[in-house]
Design a protein around this ligand. Structure first.
Ligand code: ZN
Length: 144
């Protein structure tokens, strides 16, 4: 699924357009976590797909709507895209994976992006991947 070798990759490039979409999504639901998929085409981040958070306590957790997950995966395939990452927000904590985030990371091939709304006026977005049951951070570079 992953078209790059994460072990050899310290840096991810993400277009500013996609960063802004994720941030707008996070800000649209202040107080609740938001989530979605990040799709890549030819190994490059190409598109953001918001997915509804159906967690019973959305302030602290996210759970992607299952049907929408399946539909989005199909849309990606039909567009010649592949799953690159999963993003979600932390309305009131930092942009680091929680214990639950690590335990419930359902896509071991994906890069996990976390946006924090904890600091007003500052975008904090960080990227991690799962390795040996730990989340390792990747360098995130925003490109035009
Ligand atoms: Zn989280």
């Amino acid at each position: 699924m992953r078209s790059f070798k994460v072990n050899n990759m310290n840096e991810i490039e993400i277009p500013i357009e996609n960063v802004n979409q994720i941030l707008a999504h996070a800000q649209s639901a202040a107080g609740s976590e938001i989530c979605g998929f990040i799709a890549a085409k030819n190994g490059k981040i190409n598109r953001v797909y918001p997915v509804v958070n159906v967690a019973s306590s959305p302030a602290c957790f996210y759970r992607m709507d299952e049907k929408q997950q399946i539909d989005t995966m199909r849309k990606m395939r039909e567009s010649g895209e592949e799953l690159f990452g999963i993003y979600h927000s932390h309305p009131s904590s930092g942009a680091v994976p929680s214990e639950v985030d690590i335990k419930e990371a359902a896509y071991p091939e994906a890069v996990y992006f976390i946006v924090s709304l904890n600091t007003v006026g500052v975008l904090e977005m960080r990227a991690f991947y799962l390795k040996d049951s730990l989340m390792k951070e990747l360098e995130l570079s925003v490109i035009a």
